[in-house]
Design a protein around this ligand. Sequence first.
Ligand code: HEC
Length: 160
Amino acid sequence: MNETAKNRILWAIVAVLLIVIGALVYKFLVAGSTAKGDDGRTMIVLEPAERALVLREMRGFVAGLQQITVGLAGDDMKAVAAASRDLGAGKAHDVPAGLMGKLPLEFKKLAFATHGGFDTLATDADAGIPSRRALEHLSGILSNCVACHSLYQFGTPPPK
Ligand code: HEC
């Protein structure tokens, strides 16, 4: 085999590898592990333990929101800040890499926007913004909850 032929084969191997890497990146970063949902939404297919972990985090959102509303009602912006910070990116459950790879990009964007929104609300509440402003901010954060729930449901793989 001459040099040119060898080079051609090498480039072909490189091209195939790049395509495989591209496909993997797409699968893990963008597409995730999804199926057609039973109610028109996209189903994110998770193992039962993974589903339990994300649903626990969701219930944490509701518990945190309850505390935020107590703070807002009492004009206690320090309490609002503390409860918001608990829902921010820093306190978000460490999502295992395997689970992260199953979440579609749009889901991840909405999740980051939600955690980030609570971080900003915490900072603003600490700075003493009026509760009306905090409420406006909160309604913006809640639109992420609504958007994500209208797009996705969680499911588990069919039993083998
Ligand atoms: C990035 C997407 C996303 C965001 C953002 C999101 N959720 Fe969810 N949530 C889901 C999905 C998907 C489910 C499962 C729905 C299903 O399977 O029908 C869920 C389920 C829930 C549940 C049910 C928990 C259980 O134990 O069954 C609650 C409560 C909930 N979310 C509250 C919230 C609140 C409050 C917010 C905003 C502060 C929020 N979620 C933000 C995707 C999201």
